[in-house]
Design a protein around this ligand. Sequence first.
Ligand code: FE2
Ligand code: FE2
Length: 137
Amino acid sequence: MQWTEDLSVGVETIDGQHRELFDKINDLVAAVRQSACRYKIGDVIRFLEDYVVFHFGEEEKYMMRYAYPAYQSHKAQHEEFIENFNELKKELPKLEGGKKPGSYDLSVETNKVVVDWILDHIAKVDKSLGKFLQDKV
Ligand SMILES: [Fe+2]
Ligand SMILES: [Fe+2]
């Protein structure tokens, strides 16, 4: 997946973090597609997870600092992602390298939980936040 200008929320720091997030998501998608060994999968999961937590935290700081009205519902979406990602995290290391039955399903699941979610979240929820922050940051 590729970050494009139409995904810009208009706040430079947030856009930069989204680009970084895309790189890490692409690493995960590639590792799952290749059914990389559990160590490699474990590494990319940790990188992505750390970065997601950092990024959500940054957005939430902005929301609190400027008393964003939709803070609760935006934060709830972040929490929902973490929950779904934690479920996925239990499944992915089972790939253990090589093509295994179920690896296709895990690819599809990863795309749904991570890729589809982030695209939808940026396009709607993060863009609304970006618009609100526009004249403030
Ligand atoms: Fe967000
Ligand atoms: Fe975001």
